[in-house]
Design a protein around this ligand. Structure first.
Ligand code: PHB
Length: 398
């Protein structure tokens, strides 16, 4: 494999890396993308499904041809159930916005196809990825390709969009890197099932037995989660036991009943908050989960990654085309502002909706008071709707 030279080397071919690659391509900027996973691995990983309107607009960028408007569904609200009592939130009414249900793996399929059409290179299933000389003006990404050939990509900038476990973050020296971390005393048990939707919109339910989320995938496949201890074993949960638990967490005086069906996937998902600052070191920029992880309760993970890219892409374009690196120098400060707002919202939703087995009785009652304050106030409901549907992007896409 010859050594490659490009403008931007992107580590990570997930939605953040490929969206960035596409926005750069549209502006006439070259990139090389590498990922240690295979195309099929990424395409079949089940992740979150809710898109803010600003994320949908990014998918409307010419050349992506996303199926978000044909295969995705607009959702005009969510339902928050508290001890079996439903509190519908109407987003257009409260804040004039909506969200879209369009799973992350479909986004990946759209973006991977768009990338392929540009003819610019993506290397999948690479091993031994290493970032070199990130403090210089010609940083390098080295890896071994899937057929065992050494690969060296020399670029003007490197972007680490390689998720929470990728190598990029560690290329920022520990002396400059700060990691903020919060652990929660629970995890989510996630299922995919073959059943019709149980409700028009997603249901976030707080109950004495713990939190449950009734989400969707399509007319025939649904996604649901329930709060469980972090050491929960999938093997201990039969389909019957799962349905009994989920139903117990949503039932109430209105007689609401879940539509059930065969469960086709069961996973226990980790649950934590983390932020790395700064999101830049020399010629290296972090985007998405490589810099921050949010608990899924606020549906912010992918949206936050896209928001990073919406700031980073035009800043890279200006630096490369106009030799004006000022916006790039402000990237970390600009992006982390939104990151902390999303961390706050995700933490707040989590704390208000879950039962904490380690909390004192005061905290349990207090969090119910917090939820009640929000749901019974027009201002509170508007606040929640604004956070959930997302704050405006700080920069326009190029
Ligand atoms: C999902 O559908 O996977 C999903 C939706 C909303 C969330 C988290 C996950 O808050």
């Amino acid at each position: 494999m010859p050594d490659l030279h490009t403008d931007v080397a992107i580590v990570g071919a997930g939605p953040a890396g490929l969206m960035l690659a596409h926005l750069l391509h549209v502006a006439g900027i070259d990139s090389v993308v590498v990922d240690n996973r295979s195309h099929d691995d990424i395409a079949t990983t089940h992740r979150a499904g809710i898109l803010e309107a600003a994320s949908v607009r990014m998918l409307e960028t010419p050349g992506i041809d996303s199926r978000v408007h044909t295969a995705g569904h607009r959702h005009d609200g969510i339902d928050i159930r508290v001890d079996g009592v439903s509190h519908p939130l109407d987003f257009p009414d409260l804040v004039g916005e909506s969200v879209w249900l369009y799973p992350q793996n479909e986004i990946y399929v759209d973006l991977a196809a768009a990338r392929a059409r540009t003819g610019r290179p993506t290397f999948h299933a690479v091993t031994d990825t290493r970032l070199d000389a990130v403090e210089s003006q010609s940083p390098q990404v080295r890896a071994v390709t899937d057929d065992g050939e050494p690969l060296t990509v020399t670029a003007r900038y490197v972007v680490g969009a390689d998720g929470s476990r990728g190598p990029s973050r560690a290329s920022i020296p520990e002396t400059t890197r700060k990691r903020f971390f919060h652990e929660y005393p629970f995890a989510w048990f996630g299922i995919l099932c073959e059943a019709p939707p149980s409700h028009e919109v997603l249901i976030y339910s707080r109950s004495a037995r713990g939190f449950a989320l009734i989400s969707q995938r399509s007319d025939t496949v649904q996604r649901m989660y329930f709060q469980a201890p972090p050491d929960t074993e999938v093997a201990d949960w039969s389909d019957d036991r799962i349905w009994t638990e989920l139903q117990a967490r949503v039932e109430g005086p209105d007689g609401f009943a879940l539509r059930t069906g065969p469960i086709i996937d069961k996973t226990v998902l980790p649950f934590r908050s983390a932020v790395t600052e700064p999101m830049q070191h020399g010629s290296l920029f972090l985007a998405g989960d490589s810099a921050h992880t949010v608990p899924p309760t606020g549906a912010k993970g992918l949206n936050l990654a896209f928001a990073d890219v919406a700031v980073l892409a035009p800043a890279l374009v200006r630096a490369l085309q106009d030799s004006d690196a000022e916006a790039l120098a402000r990237y970390s400060a600009t992006a982390t502002k939104r990151v902390w707002k999303a961390q706050n919202f995700s933490y707040q939703m989590t704390r208000m909706l879950h039962t904490d087995p380690t909390a004192d009785p005061f905290e349990a009652r207090r969090s119910l008071g917090e939820l009640d304050s929000i749901l019974t106030s027009d201002h509170g409901r508007r606040y929640l709707a604004e956070c959930y549907t997302g704050w405006p992007h700080t920069t326009t896409i190029p």
